[in-house]
Every structure is written in C-alpha cells, then in structure tokens.
Design a protein around this ligand. Structure first.
Ligand SMILES: Nc1ncnc2c1ncn2[C@@H]1O[C@H](COP(=O)(O)OP(=O)(O)OP(=O)(O)O)[C@@H](O)[C@H]1O
Length: 384
C-alpha cells in the first residue's frame, strides 16, 4: 500500500510577465492529508498545483517531497498522479490501455501491467469496462478512468485540478464520496483544486484559501467558517451578513442605522476608531415581532423577500437605510411574516465577529453592500 508523501512549499513565487500568479507562498502538507486549494478565478491555485506537478517552472522558492527538492526533476520523474477537469484520455485507446500508459512509459514488465491495470480499474469500480473506448463511457466513467490512470503507478501524492467541474451535481456528489474512499483506502496525500466551497468543506482535512497569489488562511473548514482571519475569507466561505461599522471601544462597535447610530456588541473589537465589518452568519440571525431577551444584539427593519427552500427559509429584513440582513432558519422556527411587516433582527454577540477593512474591501459609507454569497453562490448584495 502506498503511504502519503509529505509536501513542503517554501516561498514559492511564479510570474507570467508582469502578472504575479503566486507570491511568496509557503505551505506544509502532512502525509495522507487531503488538502484543498479554494479561491476565486485567477488566485493562483492551478499555478501552484502545476509548480508541484512540474508542468510549470517557478521563479523562486522551493518544493520538497518527503524532504527532497523536486524542482530540478522533469514532471514525469516526480512520480505524482495528476487528474484534470477534462479527462485527457487518449480517444483511440481503450480504458485499459489508457490506464496502462504510465506503466508502459515506466517500462513496467507486461505481466505486471495487466495485474496493475486490473487492480486500478477495480479500485474505481470499472473492472468490466477495460475494453471500452472513452467515447463509449459516460463523463463520470471517463473521469474514473483518468483517476485509475493517475493512481496505477502508485504515486504517494495525487493532484486534482477541478476534476468534477464538468459533471452534473448528482454525479459530482457521488464522485466526491468515491474520491474520499479511494484516498482513505490508499492513504495517499491529495491536493485538490476547486471553486466549489461545499466540495472543499466536505472533502478536505485542510482548506487553503487563495487570494491574489497568496494563501489568505489555511485551516479546517470549521476554522475558516467560524474564525475567518479576514473579510476576504469570511466572504468566500459561506454566506455572511456584513454590517459596516466602526469600533467604539473594547467589545463594541457603532453602526449607522439611518439617522441613528447604534451600539452593537463585538467581543473581538479592541481599540476604538477602526473601520470594518461586523460579520454575522444568516443561520445565527433570528427574526421576531418582539425583542428576544436571550439575544443581546438587535436592529429593526421591515420584512423583504422570504424564500422557501423546503428544509429552511431565508428571510430578508430591510433596515431603515435600505441595507438587508438575511436570516436562514428551519421552516418551523422562521417567523411567518408578510413583506413590509416591522420586525426585529437579532443575534447573540458571540456569533458576531468584527473584521477590519483591508485594502481590497469596498467600504463606501453605510450604503455599501454587506451581504453576499461566495463565488457562484446565491444572489444579491445591496438593496435598491
Ligand atoms: N500560462 C500563463 N500565461 C500568462 N498568465 C498566466 C498563465 N497561467 C496563469 N496565468 C495568470 O496567473 C494568475 C493565476 O492563475 P491560476 O490559473 O493559477 O489561477 P486559478 O486560481 O487556478 O484560477 P482558476 O480557478 O480560474 O483556474 C492569473 O492572473 C492568470 O491569468
């Protein structure tokens, strides 16, 4: 059985002309870990992956596999399995011949090739499909052949670049489970690139959030969701309500609600006068006709759009200055309300996090948008 490789990236830098695709990035990956690179388009995920696989050269830094530099080795000598979004199978070769290809290139004796190909196809549940051409296989089956081909030479590290992006939702869910099963069965290290935060959250031991060629934060899905290091991570991981605020003193921020300035609690606010956002997840926001004495933070507004999703409801509350706060609650908990009803939006301050504005954040006064979803997620930011 293969055992996973340890991967060490130190101060990696890669430029394409004047574009800095990866900037001074460092990362340590433990043997057998499943690490996902998540981030917006153009943030450097693929370039980092390609630097590891050897498909791209680098301008600076070091990449070590089990303590040994691999940068001077050509891609095919690194012994790393790679799967891309587009299966890249040879169309004129059967599934079995496709899987055999890396072994033949490594001059593995014929008798061993047959046995290894059989085992690899079995691993991806395609034992009976070896004789088919790629065009005679579904998208999901082709991707499984690509996976078998990447695993057949028993690499200790597998790189996957959006391998499921071309598949439909149901097939993608099934393949996520398959990939996890295979990774756990083999014990190999996996680095996985995706745009899809659900995929990242369900599959990974560790998620690295990329932003403009750097890693903004690395941690478990729960770390990133519950303790985002900055506004970029908070916005990228899940949905969030974000209220533009300014800190007033320890544990409190000021929020301009129309003509009024309200004081809201924010445990992690320290010195006064810092601009930023108060971040509260929609699942921690309750909407009620009365103030709930158990919740220490409250704003008033009018019911906007209410959407029903079967298991839960999303209620939008429009504040006086036309900002929207969104609440997501199980249907039986959600307030039955009609558009225009006057209500309280409330939360417990232990669920509110103050995050200072960074250079890239939009903070154009109180009318700035403060509610959005991650890349490709739900809609809508500012109201009106
Ligand atoms: N071969 C190339 N030539 C020129 N610029 C490139 C090349 N490859 C990548 N870049 C640029 O480098 C930056 C990082 O690209 P990269 O493909 O690593 O991002 P990504 O996070 O993988 O994006 P996506 O999710 O869209 O694949 C981008 O600005 C991109 O335009």
């Amino acid at each position: 059985m293969a055992v996973g490789a340890r991967v060490e990236i130190r101060n990696l830098t890669k430029r394409f002309g004047s574009v800095v695709a990866v900037e001074d990035t460092s990362l340590s990956i433990e043997p057998g870990q499943f690490v996902t690179f998540l981030g917006p388009s153009g943030s450097g995920k693929t370039t980092t992956l390609n630097a590891i696989s050897g498909f791209t050269d680098v301008d600076g830094g070091e990449i070590l596999l089990d303590g040994t530099s691999i940068l001077s080795l050509p891609a095919h000598k690194r012994n790393i399995g790679v799967v891309f979004q587009h299966y890249a199978l040879f169309p004129h070769m059967t599934a079995a011949d496709n899987v055999a290809f890396p072994l033949k290139r490594r001059r593995v004796p014929k008798a061993q090739v047959r046995e290894k190909v059989r085992r690899a196809l079995e691993l991806v549940h395609l034992a009976d499909y070896g004789g088919r051409l790629p065009r005679e296989l579904s998208g999901g089956q082709q991707q499984r052949v690509a996976l078998a081909r990447a695993l057949v030479f028993e690499p200790r590290l597998l790189l996957m670049d959006e391998p499921l992006a071309a598949l439909d939702r149901r097939l993608r869910d099934a393949m996520q489970v398959e990939i996890k099963r295979i990774q756990e069965q083999l014990g190999i290290t996996v680095i996985y690139v995706t745009h899809d935060q659900d995929e990242a959250m369900t599959m990974s031991d560790v998620v690295a959030i990329f932003n403009e060629g750097r890693i903004a934060q690395i941690g478990t899905a729960a770390d990133l969701y519950e303790r985002p290091a900055d506004l970029f991570v908070a916005r990228f991981m899940g949905e969030s309500n974000r209220l533009p605020v300014i800190t007033c003193d320890e544990g409190a921020v000021a929020f301009a609600a129309g003509a009024e300035t309200l004081r809201l609690r924010a445990r992690n606010a320290t010195e006064a006068g810092v601009r930023g956002m108060l971040v509260v997840r929609p699942e921690n926001v309750l909407v009620g006709r009365e103030r709930d004495p158990g919740l220490d933070s409250s704003l008033t507004g009018r019911i906007g759009r209410v959407r029903y999703f079967g298991a839960y409801c999303v209620t939008e509350v429009v504040l006086d200055d036309e900002l929207i706060v969104r609440s997501r609650q199980p249907v039986e908990v959600a307030l039955e309300a009609v558009e225009g009803d006057r209500v309280h939006v409330q939360w417990n301050s232990r669920h509110a996090l103050f995050l200072r504005s960074g250079e890239g954040d939009q903070l154009s006064g109180s009318a700035s948008s403060f509610l959005d979803a991650a890349d490709g997620g739900a809609e809508a930011v500012a109201h009106g």
